[in-house]
Design a protein around this ligand. Structure first.
Ligand SMILES: [Ca+2]
Length: 87
């Protein structure tokens, strides 16, 4: 989680913006965002199989092909057991 404050000094917009978003990064195929690509992610992919859910339609990168299918499974398989360190 990160916080970025941007102040704009401009004649049209006289104020400030506060943007707050999650800057976490997960391996491709880590659908449940636990930091590793494992069986739980395969189960999630299977649940949405042949659906158009963009959260699981990861192949071809970056935006998928409109359906959760074997291409997405193959990409997940390439990432199999990849794990990132937690905090
Ligand atoms: Ca996972």
């Amino acid at each position: 989680m990160g916080t970025l404050t941007i102040s704009i000094d401009h004649a049209i917009f006289d104020g400030s913006l506060l943007l707050d978003w999650d800057l976490s990064c997960y391996p491709l195929g880590d659908f449940n965002h636990d930091g590793k690509v494992d069986l739980a992610d395969v189960v999630a992919l299977g649940y949405w199989w042949l659906d158009a859910d963009p959260r699981f339609d990861i192949a071809p990168p970056p935006d998928g092909d409109g359906v959760v299918n074997l291409k997405d499974f193959a990409l997940l398989a390439e990432q199999w057991l990849i794990e990132i360190d937690g905090e």
